[in-house]
Design a protein around this ligand. Structure first.
Ligand code: UD1
Ligand code: CA
Length: 463
């Protein structure tokens, strides 16, 4: 069966009161139209046409080659929008799904079931509907005496009686492709908004004696259409709950789902525990049996199995098995921690590889560095990687010991097994197994403490 899809994304979204085009507003980290197109990609569609208009360039730049595009200019309604795909699709046989770019929670399984019903009944159109306690704002599905679908009426065109109807049009449909475009040519704009409504094709089919089916979803969240920021926050909550639930069903423990924020494309292995305040974003992958949080934000990072991360921020970082991070660590882009690495409190790592077993336990900055295995970097030791013009590299060999408060002025190398004495400022390479000491030798002046106190007291009294 040839399945095609049209996604409507040309509207401006005035009610969002935003410079950002409506369908690009993110829900759980992903633009709404991205959710819709990704869901369609999970079905075997031969073509996906996104109708663009307002913000066409931005929408196309975001979706790239995940879709084909049809331009709608000006925007005269949803029926007019679908017509813009006619040149691309009119000669195809098969079925066409139509989805709205502002309805991000429609599920793949639902689309499959809807198409199944459509096929079995030989309908010209199948509408995805939902029973809403508060249907205000949505188009209503009006049924005839026999219970069949008669037509869809928009909120603004509803009579009082029609406004009582709780069955709403979710804006997701399945059509026989050829009949869709035939019927669309008959749609007029004779209505409250003077727009060409896609929903009018339903009444047209019925008038022609064609079969129209409704598939009513039992998950009302699928119907959430986002027209303003209130609906945006509802969609966010609904999708967040759905994402969290799926992870829990897949073996992830979430201590406080109401305070755990996981974006749509994040993957998490079983037996991992997420503590309150955990935020997992973007393309982040978390392995099995990890303990993450509380209060931890991880973006576009890879965390492998058996890792502990507490109260920390990670961005484009990689953390290997059995490593531990935090509390209060900051792993910036290019931070790569090997197995059993320990990065402790108030440590920042950027563009640096720390090989297996290395420890940076407290108060350090390690940037632009390649650090070998089982290195100990003492409290307060830092790489001095930036001279105001260039970022320079620090290399530290296996088993080296970097004492507390050492400055490693890059570019510089410390050989394997070398020992850098606490408080040293290292400007030259240290060979393997050498000891480096680079600090002022200490002088003690016997009994001098009282002398200096007296001198300072006298100076103060003179004022
Ligand atoms: C629409 C439906 C309504 C349904 C609701 C579900 C129509 C006439 N009404 O109403 O029955 O209950 O969705 O959420 O279809 N768009 C274009 N070009 C246009 C107009 C709209 O591409 O000329 C796009 C918008 O970007 C949006 C989608 O179509 O993604 C829906 O348009 P919108 O104006 O939000 O329709 P609703 O009033 O929500
Ligand atoms: Ca809408």
């Amino acid at each position: 069966m040839n399945i095609m899809a049209i996604v409507l994304a040309a509207g401006q979204g005035k009610r969002m009161k935003s410079k950002l085009y409506k369908v690009l507003h993110p829900v759980c980290g992903k633009p709404m139209v991205g959710h819709v197109v990704d869901t369609l990609h999970r079905i075997q569609t031969s073509r996906i046409i996104v109708v663009v208009g307002h913000g066409a360039e931005a929408v196309q730049a975001y979706l790239g080659d995940r879709a084909e595009y049809a331009l709608q200019q000006p925007q005269l309604g949803t029926g007019h929008a679908v017509l813009q795909a006619k040149d691309l699709l009119a000669n195809e046989d098969g079925i066409t799904l139509v989805l709205y770019g502002d309805t991000p929670l429609v599920k793949e399984e639902t689309l499959r079931r809807m198409m199944e019903l459509h096929r079995q009944t030989g309908a010209a159109a199948t509408i995805l509907t939902a029973m809403l306690d508060e249907p205000f704002g949505y188009g209503r599905v009006i049924r005839n005496e026999a219970g069949g679908v008669a037509r869809i009426v928009e909120q603004k065109d509803c009579t009082e009686e029609e406004a009582q109807v709780k069955e709403t049009n979710t804006g997701t449909y399945c059509f026989s492709n050829r009949r869709l475009f035939e019927a669309l040519s008959q749609v007029t704009n004779n209505n409250a908004q003077q727009e060409y409504y896609l929903t009018d094709v339903i009444g047209i089919f019925v008038a022609q004696g064609e079969k129209v089916q409704a598939y009513c979803t039992d998950d009302v969240t699928e119907s959430t259409g986002v027209n303003d920021r209130v609906a945006l926050s509802e969609a966010e909550q609904q999708l967040r709950a759905r994402i969290n639930r799926n992870h829990m069903l897949n073996g992830v423990t979430i201590i406080d789902p109401a305070n755990t924020y996981i974006e749509a494309d994040v993957q998490i292995g079983p037996d991992t525990v997420l503590l309150p305040g955990t935020i997992l974003r973007g393309t982040t992958t978390i392995g099995e049996n990890c303990k993450i949080g509380p209060q931890t934000e991880i973006t576009d990072s890879t965390v492998r199995d058996d890792v502990t991360i507490r109260q920390s921020v990670l961005l484009e970082a990689t953390v290997d098995e059995h490593a531990s991070v935090g509390p209060f660590a900051y792993l910036r882009p290019g931070a790569k921690l090997g197995q059993h690495v320990k990065v402790g409190d108030f440590v920042e790592i950027k563009n640096a590889t720390l090989d297996e077993g290395t420890k940076v336990s407290h108060l350090s900055y390690v940037g632009d560095a390649v650090v070998g295995k089982n290195v100990n970097i003492g409290c307060g030791a830092i790489t001095v990687n930036y001279d105001g013009f260039n970022k320079n590299l620090t290399e530290i060999g296996d088993d080296a010991f970097i004492g507390s408060n050492v400055n490693l002025i890059a570019p510089v190398k410390v050989g394997s097994g070398a020992y850098v004495v606490a408080g040293s400022t290292i400007t030259y390479n240290v060979e393997a197994n050498d000891l480096a000491i680079a600090r002022e030798r200490q002088t003690n002046k016997a009994g001098y403490a009282d002398k200096i106190r007296n001198r300072m007291k006298a100076a103060k009294d003179r004022k």
